[in-house]
Design a protein around this ligand. Structure first.
Ligand SMILES: Cc1ncc(COP(=O)(O)O)c(C=O)c1O
Length: 416
């Protein structure tokens, strides 16, 4: 007998839960791709996408996943042999570096391990050593989904400015866009990358690149730019098809329109940031209580360095995998696998797992997942501290929390 019947909850860091109204908006006959509803609707997307990233710069959309988004960003910025400084705080930071090298970009990788954010002092050291300014860009994740480490983007921008180093600042926001506070213009980010299947609540298949005028200028000389990735055609093309490098991803676009209505026009991007921050604090409060006994640990010790949309955790091996399996098969909640935390296939790899709380997520879903995890640990005889669910509900009561006091977000109302 299993308790997994009923609506399953996919609590993995992408694909995230797709709202029914987004699926409904996608459930339609194929539209005319030359004129009419689709063409008119698409013109409404760009301003809202800029509001989500808090930029008055430019945005290009691609039929791609996050890996494609990486390549689109690199192809529009670099020439073969250019140098990038990659700040790795998990599997995805490492992955972006590998993607760049695959394109012929030289990378200097600063690896900050699997349980910490990037250290601005080490970044300053590497940039100071680059007297000839060969480093064309500094690239990092906002949040590395594998470790849930959140990097202080403003601190990296300050390092660049203090040293007067001209490198572009490129940020992989795939796990954070629409969830963690992100202010592209205010924070001096030149290139931001995201994908549709996380905070933007649309099935996988779309990637987004936001870019500044400075990135556009620097990119004019990029010899890696290929026709399909060329953001000039995407962001400034005269013809509708140019926005997509060919046929538009019709149904995904109708889904995106619906999710942007939810995120930008109904909830508001700031409220979405605040909702994710509050739900994340509830997860952390439960995690801290569980870690009072046994081997349970939140992967990132410092709250300010934790992402708000995914939380990496560990137990003694193989309990991470045992708990994940119990939650899915016995209770209908799917947790994320551990990723890049230990050599795949080694016993240690079975210690890690992740709980995602991104996009279309509410208190019921998060408290439900935490309760199921606690029930699983009890059922499997895994030692854990008590009072976790009380701590989580207590954390939810705390509206403000204490991490950041930021000015209100602006609506970026400008056409493509
Ligand atoms: C931070 C980050 N970067 C890049 C990617 C790669 O994206 P995709 O799996 O869509 O190719 C992911 C996917 O989980 C991610 O979380």
């Amino acid at each position: 007998m299993t308790l997994a019947h009923g609506r399953p909850y996919l609590a993995i860091p992408g694909p995230s839960v797709v709202p029914d109204r987004v699926l409904a908006a996608m459930h339609r006959p194929a539209p005319n791709i030359y004129e009419g509803a689709l063409v008119e609707m698409v013109d409404t997307l760009w301003a809202d996408l800029k509001t989500v990233a808090q930029t008055r710069g430019h945005v290009a959309l691609y039929i791609a996943n996050g890996h494609g988004g990486w390549e689109a960003a690199s192809a529009n910025v670099f020439s073969r042999g250019d140098r990038a400084l990659v700040l790795a705080t998990g599997r995805f930071g490492i992955g972006w570096g590998e993607s760049m090298r695959g394109l012929g970009v030289e990378t200097e990788v600063l690896d900050f391990g699997r349980a910490a954010p990037a250290d601005p002092d080490r970044v300053a050291e590497a940039l100071r050593a680059d007297r000839a300014h060969r480093i064309k860009a500094v690239a990092l994740t906002h949040v590395d989904t594998a470790t849930s480490a959140k990097n202080d983007i403003r601190a990296i921008r300050r390092v660049l400015d203090d040293l007067g180093h001209p490198a572009l600042l490129m940020v992989d926001c795939i796990a954070a866009m629409g969830c963690d506070e992100f202010r592209m213009d205010d924070w001096g980010v030149d290139v931001a990358v995201a994908a549709s299947q996380k905070g933007l609540m649309v099935p996988p298949g779309l990637a987004f690149i936001w870019f500044s005028d400075r990135a556009r200028d620097v990119g004019r000389k990029a010899d890696l730019r290929s026709p399909y990735w060329d953001w000039e055609r995407r962001a400034f093309g005269e013809q509708f098809y140019q926005y997509f490098g060919g046929t538009a991803p019709t149904h995904h676009l109708f889904g995106l329109r619906e999710s942007l209505d939810m995120l930008v026009h109904e909830e508001g991007i700031e409220a979405a940031w605040a909702r994710h921050a509050r739900l994340a604090r509830a997860v952390w409060a439960a995690g801290m209580a569980w870690s009072q006994e046994g081997a349970f640990r939140l992967n990132i010790a410092e709250p300010a360095a934790r992402g708000h949309a995914v939380t990496a955790m560990r137990l003694a091996s193989p309990d991470g995998t045992r708990l994940r399996r119990w939650c899915e098969h016995e209770a209908g909640v799917t947790l994320g696998i551990g990723l890049g935390m230990a050599e795949p296939g080694t016993p240690e790899a079975d210690a890690f797992f992740r709980l995602a709380h991104m996009g279309h997520v509410n208190a019921h879903m998060v408290l439900g997942a935490l309760s199921v995890m606690q029930a699983g640990m009890a059922a499997l005889g895994i030692a854990h501290g008590s009072g976790a669910l009380d701590a989580a509900t207590e954390a939810l009561r705390d509206q403000a929390g204490s991490e950041t006091a930021a000015p209100p977000a602006a609506r970026m109302a400008s056409a493509i």
